[in-house]
Design a protein around this ligand. Structure first.
Ligand code: IPE
Ligand code: IPE
Ligand code: MG
Length: 240
């Protein structure tokens, strides 16, 4: 189908990358083998996005609830994040990709925070494509931290209580400056949002797919995006 035969495109796509553990379990492999395959899917999907018309991609990589997992799994995931960032640092030189991390920095290892800040700083003026990685993200935690910062401004007189608007809330979230996601995709057949982008995805369209994240493909994403183009988004207006 030619591009112009498709309806409106999703500019900002957010993905809950779920199912790495089950992918590994089905093969009798350790959970970490599933996470490693998951990183390969990340690379494929990130690369496919610009050609599919996606300008912003937000990936849920680690939630504030994922600290409940075993020490081994957490350490393995942190090592994968380090490797990913080190490799991306190489690859991003010369590309027009802006990288941002959403989530609480508190609680993450210091060297990971330094790598995140370095990548953010080095790519902040890039404009073609924006990759956001939600790492130690929880929607409730993000809203709570934003509220705390706003309360501090009110207490110091920098802001009046009656000046707190939805825009002010948005501007105090980790995602400040990013458009809200148009579409949220969750893989692995689970029908829940697991505390992801609670504020930002208030009016997103949702797609739940059965594929486990390591099996998620560019073709599946392309199908979902085409379906998105046929959806009527009403935002509270009457059916027309
Ligand atoms: C998603 O895969 C990756 C993270 C949450 C870090 P899971 O590890 O949750 O995989 P399942 O849900 O156990 O299959
Ligand atoms: C959501 O997946 C978090 C990420 C994809 C990073 P989980 O596997 O942690 O979610 P639950 O536990 O099934 O809700
Ligand atoms: Mg899971």
């Amino acid at each position: 189908m030619p591009k112009d035969a498709i309806g409106k495109r999703a500019e900002h796509v957010a993905i809950i990358m779920d199912g790495n553990g089950r992918w590994a379990k089905r093969r009798g492999l350790p959970r970490l083998a599933g996470h490693k395959r998951g990183v390969e899917t990340v690379r494929r999907i990130v690369e496919a996005c610009p050609d599919l018309g996606v300008k912003y991609l937000t990936l849920f990589a680690f939630s504030t609830e994922n600290w409940k997992r075993s020490d081994d799994e957490i350490a393995g995931l942190m090592q994968l994040f380090r490797n990913y960032m080190a490799r991306e640092a190489e690859r991003l030189i010369g590309s027009d990709v802006r990288l941002r991390f959403l989530g609480a920095r508190d609680g993450l290892p210091d060297d990971i925070i330094r790598m995140m800040e370095d990548l953010e700083g080095r790519t902040e003026d890039r404009t073609k494509f924006s990759l956001n990685i939600a790492l130690n993200h929880g929607g409730r935690d993000e809203i709570t931290r934003a509220t705390r910062r706003i309360a501090q401004k009110v207490a110091s007189g920098e802001l009046k209580a009656e000046e707190i608007t939805e825009d002010v809330m948005s501007a105090h979230l980790d995602s400040a400056g990013l458009p809200d996601p148009d579409l949220v995709i969750r893989t692995s057949g689970e029908y829940r949002i697991s505390n992801f982008l609670l504020w930002q995805a208030a009016y997103a369209e949702y797609e739940f797919v059965d594929a486990l994240w390591p099996d998620f493909s560019e073709a599946m994403l392309s199908d979902i995006l085409n379906r998105f183009g046929t959806r009527e988004r009403r935002f509270g207006t009457a059916v027309g």
